[in-house]
Design a protein around this ligand. Structure first.
Ligand code: AMP
Length: 279
C-alpha cells in the first residue's frame, strides 16, 4: 500500500478512500460509485475492508460481525476499484516491544451525544482507525455515508480541528424498498423481526410529514410522544434513543424545523439498528 501510494503521489493523482468494515451491500456500492465518479480517469479508488476491534465494546458483536471477504472482493473488482486494502488486526495495531497499542485520537464534544451515550468508546475507535488509514493510504478524499450522520459530523470536526488534508464526500442513505436502511447488521434480523424493522424509517417519515405540514416549528416533545407510541406498538422493538437535533452542533432541540434532523437507535432482539433523517 505504501509503495503504491508513493507512486500515485508522485504522479499527482487524487486518491479516494472508502473506509468500510466489509460485508459490502448496496449502500457501500453507492459510495464506491461516487468515488469512481470523483476519481475520473486519472484518480485512484481504494476500498478498505477492516472490522475494527477498537470501535466495539467488549459486550458488542465484534466476533459475530458478518464477514464475506470473497463476495466483497468480487464486488470491488466488478466496480473497478484500484486497490482493496485488507489488513489484519495485528498489522493495524502492532504490539511494539511487547507493548500493546495505546494511542488514540478522540473528538470530545459531538462524540458524547446520541450514539456516544449508548456506546461510550465507539467514536474514539472510529476516529483512531481513520487517522491510521489516512496515514497509510494518504487519501485526497474520503467517502462516508449519511446513514451514520453523527460519524460524518465527528469526522468533519476531526479533519478541521487537526488540519487533516482530506476532503469528505458524503453519500445519501440507500434503503430497501420498505425504507429499512441497508446495513451489514440487517442480516441478524429474524424473518419474524424483518417486516417490523422499517420502524426507524417510519419514524423519520411521520415526523418529517408533521414538520413539513406545520407553518411553525413543531414541539420535539409532541413529535416524540407520537413516535414513542408507534415504537411501543411494534412487536420486538425496544427504543435505545430518539432525538431531534441541530445538524451542526448535534445538540437536542425543543422546537423542530425543516433543517433539523431526527436520530434514533432501536433494537429488535439482539439486533441494534440506527437511522437518521432531515425533517
Ligand atoms: P460500515 O461498513 O458499516 O462501517 O460502513 C462503511 C461506510 O458505508 C460508512 O461511511 C457508512 O456510513 C456507509 N453506509 C453504511 N450503510 C449505508 C447505507 N445504507 N447507505 C449509504 N451508505 C452507507
Amino acid at each position: 500500500m505504501n509503495r503504491q501510494v508513493s507512486t500515485w503521489q508522485i504522479e499527482g493523482r487524487s486518491i479516494i478512500l472508502i473506509p468500510t468494515m466489509g460485508c459490502l451491500h448496496k449502500g457501500h456500492i453507492h459510495l464506491i460509485k461516487l468515488a469512481k465518479k470523483k476519481a475520473g480517469n486519472d484518480g485512484k479508488v481504494v476500498v478498505s475492508l477492516f472490522v475494527n476491534p477498537h470501535q466495539f465494546a467488549p459486550n458488542e458483536d465484534f466476533d459475530q460481525y458478518p464477514r464475506s471477504e470473497s463476495n466483497d472482493l468480487s464486488i470491488c473488482q466488478k466496480l473497478n476499484v484500484d486497490v482493496i486494502f485488507l489488513p489484519s488486526v495485528s498489522e493495524i495495531y502492532p504490539s511494539t516491544h511487547g507493548l500493546p497499542f495505546s494511542t488514540y485520537v478522540s473528538e470530545n464534544a459531538l462524540s458524547l451525544l446520541m450514539e456516544g451515550q449508548s456506546r461510550p468508546d465507539h467514536f474514539r475507535g472510529v476516529t483512531t482507525i481513520l487517522i491510521i488509514l489516512f496515514h497509510i493510504i494518504k487519501p485526497t478524499h474520503s467517502v462516508f455515508g449519511e446513514k451514520d450522520f453523527q460519524q460524518v459530523a465527528i469526522v468533519k470536526k476531526m479533519i478541521s480541528d487537526l488540519h487533516i488534508p482530506v476532503k469528505m464526500i458524503i453519500g445519501k442513505t440507500i434503503r430497501e424498498a420498505d425504507g429499512l436502511a441497508l446495513s451489514s447488521r440487517n442480516s441478524y434480523l429474524t424473518t419474524h423481526q424483518r417486516p417490523f424493522a422499517n420502524l426507524l424509517f417510519r419514524c423519520i417519515r411521520v415526523s418529517r410529514k408533521r414538520v413539513r405540514e406545520a407553518s411553525h416549528p413543531v414541539s420535539a416533545l409532541s413529535l416524540k410522544h407520537d413516535l414513542l407510541k408507534m415504537i411501543d406498538e411494534t412487536p420486538e422493538a425496544k427504543l435505545d434513543y430518539l432525538e431531534f437535533f441541530d445538524p451542526i452542533s448535534l445538540k437536542p432541540i425543543s422546537q423542530v424545523s425543516r433543517k433539523d434532523r431526527i436520530g434514533l437507535a432501536i433494537t429488535f432482539g439482539k439486533t441494534r439498528l440506527i437511522d437518521n433523517g432531515q425533517m
